[in-house]
Ligand binder design. Structure first.
Ligand code: OSB
Ligand code: MG
Length: 392
């Protein structure tokens, strides 16, 4: 497959956008979830949203750090991200004007890990860059779709009846793919029931690392349900055992947690660890790595889709832009604002059409307004980091 020029060119257009960031704001905002979200590693009923904004030249760019409060999905937490941003990443940005995304990426490279912290700042920077160029985020990164197909990720439910009702409800709302969270004891029987009731839907499962290599025969039992994919069955950092499982399964494996960089994506594909990749900008450390993974997979004909982290509308707006790239051929975990929160932090909220489509905004930057009054009313903590002794 050939990479078309539309993908490669906007990112090559760099080097003439000198930008001085004068202040960085980090803020946590608690939003209640409409219903608890349960995965194989636990249940949460609210989200402590971590927002970052970069200010300079009269503009504000917004990003979101998707880390959770506890180190379960990832070792990062809201606390570690705040520390790493305050003490290392923000000073690297404030040191001198930024030239482009590559420059930002290179300033973060000496600091190991902490991808979600880095990504939050890359998001905010790209919002700024898009605004200075008068482009939408989608345009800025070379997006080609005016609208994207979306699915919903359904947490583990207290009863099978409740799950079946949720599935029916989201199908009625138009969602194009249903993803079920699974774990030992909530898997084969549950998937069988959903599949029997809906023989033709796009159905996938996500184990969030709940199985071991020894569970292979158990995972093979999922092969009969014609699943679109099994997401991250084994350990969060594993590639080798996933390759063994993939070679023994008909169902494609999709990796989420294990893909933390473009290098890891290449290794996973070389090893045969998966046939599909879920790209989350936060998990991979920002737009630069997300774009590189997209380009790699697009060149190899490997489908990708945009994962979600129960983001607020700010992270969601970035996800929508990412999912407008040509390689995002499967519905993403990008649901309507109302699927998560009674009220979102952006205006208008994200809405999903009756055919399971989200429009990609065309206005400059995020394409949504940030509801500062609502943010301020729900902010738990806000800190401003300013340039010290800055001489341009
Ligand atoms: O594994 O994809 C995951 C949410 C939090 C952490 C990990 C995951 C998820 C989801 C929800 O599946 C996706 C969403 O709707 O944001
Ligand atoms: Mg996942």
């Amino acid at each position: 497959m050939q990479i078309d020029a539309a993908v490669a060119s906007p990112r090559a257009r760099s080097g003439f956008d000198q930008f001085s960031v004068e202040q960085i704001e980090v803020r946590t905002v608690r939003l209640r979830l409409n219903e608890p979200f349960e995965t194989s590693f636990g249940s949460i009923d609210s989200r402590l949203i971590f927002l970052v904004s970069l200010m300079g030249e009269g503009l504000t760019g917004w990003g979101e750090v998707v880390a959770a409060e506890e180190p379960r999905y990832s070792y990062e937490t809201v606390g570690t991200a705040r520390h790493v941003i305050r003490d290392y990443l923000a000073p690297a940005i404030l040191a001198r004007p930024l030239t482009d995304l590559e420059d930002l990426h290179a300033r973060f490279a000496p600091f190991r890990g902490h991808n979600m912290a880095k990504a939050g700042l890359e998001l905010a920077y790209m919002d700024l860059l898009a605004q200075t160029r008068g482009e939408s985020l989608s345009q800025l990164i070379g997006g080609t779709r005016p609208a994207i197909a979306v699915g919903v990720s359904l947490g583990i439910q207290p009863t099978l009846e409740k799950l079946l009702r949720r599935v029916d409800q989201y199908l009625a709302l138009g969602y194009q793919r249903i993803k079920l969270k699974i774990k030992p004891g909530w898997d084969i029987d549950v998937v069988r029931e959903v599949r029997q009731r809906h023989p033709n839907i796009l159905l996938s499962v996500d184990a969030n690392s709940a199985y071991r290599l020894e569970d292979l025969p158990h995972l093979q039992a999922l092969d009969e349900f014609d699943l679109l994919m099994i997401e991250q069955p084994l350990d969060h950092d594993d590639l080798v055992d996933h390759a063994k499982v993939q070679s023994a399964l008909r169902t494609p494996i999709c990796l989420d947690e294990s893909i933390t960089s473009a290098r890891r994506a290449r290794q996973a594909l070389d090893l045969g660890s998966c046939q599909i990749i879920n790209i989350k900008i936060g998990r991979v450390g920002g737009y630069s790595e997300a774009l590189a993974i997209h380009d790699l997979c697009y060149a190899k004909g490997i489908p990708v889709w945009c994962g979600g982290m129960l983001e607020s509308g700010i992270g969601r707006a970035h996800n929508i832009a990412l999912a407008s790239l040509p390689g995002f051929t499967l519905p993403g975990d990008i649901s309507a604002s109302s699927r998560y929160f009674a009220r979102d932090v952006i205006v208008p909220p994200v809405t999903v059409s009756a055919s399971g489509i989200v429009d990609v905004p065309q206005a400059p930057g995020l394409g949504f307004a940030v509801d500062l009054d609502y943010l301020n009313a729900n902010t738990e903590n806000v800190e401003r980091i300013k340039v010290k002794n800055f001489t341009a």
